[in-house]
Design a protein around this ligand. Structure first.
Ligand SMILES: [Zn+2]
Length: 482
């Protein structure tokens, strides 16, 4: 009896090991193929990234950037539906059929101002905008990843659908919210994304829910010295509102972030401005808190208008959810990121990195840290920024990573980030994410049970919440950068 048991468990063990070996071999083979095909097109993807970096088109104006990505996908056999969700530069590129349906998100908008050459010193490139958040790399890596998966589906290595979502205006335009609102993720099983960064790691940091609006005050113009009594200053309205909001900071949850810029404060001191505008962001880790604090900000605007005898109206500009993190998918992605490995620099790139770090004004981690992969964090953090990927994460299980496209210690939204993005330091970091996303998608195509597990986790997180866009039912704010 005893020996029988031993034999049975031994043969079971051998069987299980053999099975495992077989599967691992197939996974590895496909993963090597995907990584190799992405790497073999390095020059093409580098050229594309530099082109979009050079276009530097801001939110909803990314005509050339979006066209380049769409054309590349079309050339590779994708069916591209352009102008989705009422946004001319948004698109969905599809290859394959049936389930699973894996989506890869692509961004491509630049930031106003922040024009910079690819030198390690502050030199304007003489443009209106710059890729200070690396979204030129974002779009290209996602397209590269999608194409690598398409090749495997084409070769019948596995079945299913790969979709690349062209997502405009991440920077304040909430582009993805309209795609979610239009139901474009309804048939998607998992969404994969990434973001440029100054280190390599799977995203285990949430993002702040965010509501933004432009408050417009209208008054009456008059000569500021000769007949001030006839005028009503729209700028007074803005300033009164800002005063009240600044006092309100003492009486709101401390995790709240409120920031504003006066986008129009009049033209000349001797003319009482009849128009003034202030652009506000209200953020908090919790969506419902953002809504209630935002309502109080609206109250200050109404109060300011009454007190200054001006008229006020506001336009919702953006609204994004917090970001749900999926541990199941994060663990899958971590293995693939470790398999892919970090970025290795040439001596010239190390030299560039050292020069750039010298401009920071604070001590930065070693440049060689770009070669390191951060271990997966056990605890999930609340995030400091906001992203419209948050809304996608409420539609489908979502997973993302950051890779080192910027020299260690580089801040996003800085001229240094623009500079890195215009060199192969950016391109190399982009390749890490392109490969990691493809490898992660391969795991999902080959192991549907991972998708099921991710969905169980997703459903627990969303609970009974019925998704509702924080920006309401407004049409895409296509001119929010004007
Ligand atoms: Zn960004």
């Amino acid at each position: 009896m005893r020996s029988f048991l031993i034999i049975t468990s031994l043969s079971l063990f051998t069987f299980a090991t053999a099975q495992k070996k077989l599967t691992v071999t197939k996974d590895d083979q496909f993963k090597t193929q995907a990584s190799t095909s992405i790497q073999s097109n390095y020059d093409q993807y580098k050229t594309m990234a530099f082109q979009i970096w050079d276009y530097a088109e801001v939110g909803y104006k990314e005509v050339k950037s979006s066209a380049l990505l769409q054309q590349t996908l079309k050339d590779n056999g994708f069916n591209v539906e352009a102008g989705v969700a009422g946004i001319p530069t948004a698109f969905v590129a599809t290859y394959g059929s049936g389930s699973p349906v894996i989506a890869i998100l692509a961004e491509f908008d630049a930031l106003p101002g922040l024009s910079q050459t690819n030198a390690p010193e502050k030199i304007s490139a003489g443009k209106d905008a710059g890729h200070a958040c690396g979204h030129h790399l974002f779009g290209v890596a996602s397209v590269a990843s999608g194409i690598a998966i398409k090749k495997l589906i084409e070769e019948k290595k596995f079945t299913g659908t790969i979709k690349v979502f062209g997502c405009p205006a991440e920077e304040g335009g909430s582009g993805k919210v309209y795609l979610v609102r239009a139901g474009l993720f309804k048939d998607v099983d998992v969404a994969i994304h990434w973001h440029p960064g100054n280190e390599n790691g799977v995203t285990m940091t949430s993002a702040l829910a965010n509501m933004s609006a432009k408050f417009r005050f209208r008054g009456i113009s008059a000569h500021a010295a000769a007949s001030p009594e006839r005028g009503r200053s729209a700028l007074d309205g803005v300033e009164a509102m800002n005063n009240m909001v600044n006092m309100m900071r003492e009486h709101i949850p401390q995790e709240t972030r409120i920031h504003y810029v006066i986008t129009n404060g009049g033209k000349a001191p001797n003319v009482i401005p009849d128009f003034a505008e202030v652009y506000y962001y209200v953020r908090h880790p919790k969506r419902d808190q953002v809504q209630s604090i935002f309502n109080r900000v609206v109250n200050t605007a109404n109060g300011a208008a009454i007190g200054t005898d001006t008229k006020m109206e506001f336009e919702m500009i953006g609204g994004t959810h917090d970001l749900l993190l999926n541990r199941t998918l994060a663990e899958v992605m971590q293995k693939n990121l470790e398999k892919t490995g970090g970025v290795q620099y040439t001596a010239a790139e190390v030299d560039f990195g050292n020069k750039l770090q010298a401009t920071f004004g604070f001590p930065a981690p070693p440049v060689a840290n770009a070669g390191i992969i951060k271990p997966l964090k056990i605890e999930m953090d609340a995030g400091g920024g906001s992203t419209d990927v948050g809304d996608v994460s409420y539609a489908v299980p979502t997973v993302g990573l950051r890779s080192a496209t910027w020299v260690s210690g580089t801040a996003a939204h800085s001229w240094q980030a623009v500079a890195c993005g215009g060199t192969e330091i950016g391109t190399k970091g982009m390749m890490v994410s392109a490969k990691t996303m493809a490898l992660t998608a391969i795991d999902l195509f080959l192991h549907p049970e991972l998708i099921e597990k991710a969905k169980v986790e997703f459903k627990q997180q969303v609970g009974t919440y019925q998704y509702k866009a924080l920006l309401g039912d407004r049409k895409p704010a296509l001119n929010y950068r004007d």
